[in-house]
Design a protein around this ligand. Structure first.
Ligand code: NDP
Length: 469
């Protein structure tokens, strides 16, 4: 059976302990993933520490070139890694699935490779000149989730190493294999110690985030874990970039042509079977347009083939894990018990964590499927009469990662967008992130920005050189 290994100081580490990883589409055993010991966490952090100064001393140009070489490695290995993602995470190869995830990995590596943070003269007069430099923080702990395991790991590690930090990455215990393979491949073009991994569950994660030698924490995951990580950081005072997911609302303005927006709404909600931080998780539709939107979405849903994502015709795969599968089932059961209009689409295979594409109408604010982040293929569609009330509904929850407004006329949409509280408000699209455009949550969705120049700044600290003339 294939055994996967951590990379520490540029070497594959022989695991002391391991656990079995299964394919969520059929329960097949994929291989053995290591479980790091506390001692291995020490070794990984110390390798990253030892490598950091020399890495930071390399010229900016050289680090940019090496980052561009990483993008090439990802491109060359994308079919191999996409296949591993599909078998481990579940998202299909086709459509906005694992090949799409690999394209994103390449794009979010090329982005930072092409950017530069130049020193900025912040003040100058006859007596002084003050220049702000951005210097690396040191060793970055990156904690990645299981929904987009490679793409989110890339979001964390690439800006960090581009700016002269070194990294210890912990993938989710649900999806370590493809990530370990990606890190092994990336290490072919990096000096030893710049990018290391540890594996295991939250306990090993907390050893890393509370380690006194960590200088920055990058985290994407649940709000509960985010809070634990803030507590852990009291041991090292590391600044944190926290991306805690959301419960994104989308509002369709009255009179909008349902057919024209249905596909965008559909993939905005069901991308990666809804297991995406910035997916549409609540849809607000004017009562006069409600049936048209429901039936347009239903038409698209009924065309989806659900199954094992290695089949090129499949566009909807299984949920990644049992915990998530049970959570979504429970929320849909709650909606059904409350007489909501539950419409299910697609034949689901008998084996695996498959759920039908589910539209849930006749549902209101305050019901569990609306108020709790479902993170799965069940979309609540809430009728509204008054647009102001819909805006208030969209803003009423603590989560505030993304939101969107859909309209035939983008100008009217812009006015409504300006009243929504979220890190990004999209118009006539949802979750349309880009490597050059800053992305981050407001309110309980976390803090700190990723992507673009803001993302690079987040993995540096400011240092001022103040000159007396
Ligand atoms: P978690 O937040 O628990 O997991 C995310 C990552 O954090 C994983 O690598 C996990 O490790 C790690 N982790 C867990 N506990 C700690 C800790 N104390 N210190 C450091 N790292 C830790 O998410 P879950 O997998 O439990 O999913 C629960 C819910 O979170 C989902 O239903 C969904 O609503 C939301 N979620 C949001 C995501 C997003 O993109 N924003 C991504 C994933 C989940 P391990 O998995 O190995 O325990």
């Amino acid at each position: 059976m294939q055994k996967y290994q951590n990379v520490v100081n540029g070497e594959l580490a022989e695991p002391v302990e391991s656990h079995k990883i299964f394919n969520p589409a059929n329960g097949d055993l994929l291989g053995l993933a290591p479980i790091s010991t506390e001692n291995e966490v020490e070794q990984a952090v110390s390798a990253a520490r030892d490598a950091q100064l020399a890495w930071a001393r390399r010229s900016d140009k050289e680090r940019a070139e090496i980052t561009a070489r990483i993008a090439k490695v990802l491109e060359e290995n994308s079919e191999y890694l996409a296949n591993l993602i599909t078998r481990e995470q579940g998202k299909p190869l086709s459509g906005p699935g694992s090949r799409f995830e690999m394209q994103a990995c390449v794009g979010w590596t090329q982005g930072p490779a092409s950017l530069e943070l130049t020193p900025e003269v912040v003040y100058e007069d006859d007596e002084r000149k003050d220049t702000l430099h951005r210097v690396p923080l040191g060793v970055v702990a990156a904690i990645a989730p299981w929904n987009w395991p490679l793409m989110i790991a890339i979001w964390q590690i690439i800006p960090a190493i581009r700016m002269g930090n070194t990294v210890v990455l912990k993938p989710s215990e649900y999806t370590p294999i493809a990530t370990l393979e990606m890190v092994r491949l990336i290490n072919q073009v990096l000096p030893p110690g710049v990018l290391n991994t540890i594996t295991g569950d939250g306990r090993i994660g907390s050893k890393l985030t509370s380690h006194p030698d960590i200088d920055k924490i990058m985290f994407t995951g649940s709000e509960a874990t985010g809070r634990r990580i803030i507590e852990a950081s009291t041991h090292n005072l590391a600044p944190i970039t926290l991306e805690l997911g959301g419960n994104d609302a989308a509002i369709v303005l009255p009179g909008t042509n349902a057919g024209a927006i249905a596909e965008g709404l559909f993939w905005g909600a069901f991308l990666n079977m809804g297991q995406t931080c910035a997916c549409i998780k609540r849809l607000y539709v004017h009562e006069d347009d409600y049936e048209a939107v429901m039936s347009s979405l239903g038409n698209i849903a009924s065309q989806m083939t659900i199954g094992d994502g290695t089949d090129e015709n499949v566009l909807i795969g299984p949920l990644q894990n049992k915990m998530q599968y049970e959570k979504v089932r429970e929320l849909v059961a709650d909606a059904r018990a409350n007489q909501c209009d539950v419409r299910e689409f697609g034949d689901t295979p008998d084996k695996g964590y498959f759920l039908p594409v589910t539209l849930v109408g006749d549902i209101n604010d305050g019901q569990r499927l609306v108020d709790e982040e479902q993170f799965g293929p069940a979309l609540p569609i809430v009728r509204y009469r008054d647009l102001n009330a819909a805006v208030a509904s969209a803003n009423r929850l603590p989560a505030a990662l993304g939101a969107s407004v859909w309209a035939d006329d983008p100008a009217t949409a812009a006015e409504t967008a300006s009243r929504l509280e979220a890190g990004t408000i999209w118009i006539n699209q949802h979750g349309a992130i880009h490597p050059m455009v800053p992305f981050g949550g407001n309110k309980a969705s976390g803090y700190g920005c990723e992507f673009g120049l803001e993302g690079l700044k987040a993995v540096t600290q400011a240092r001022v050189i103040s000159l007396k003339k």
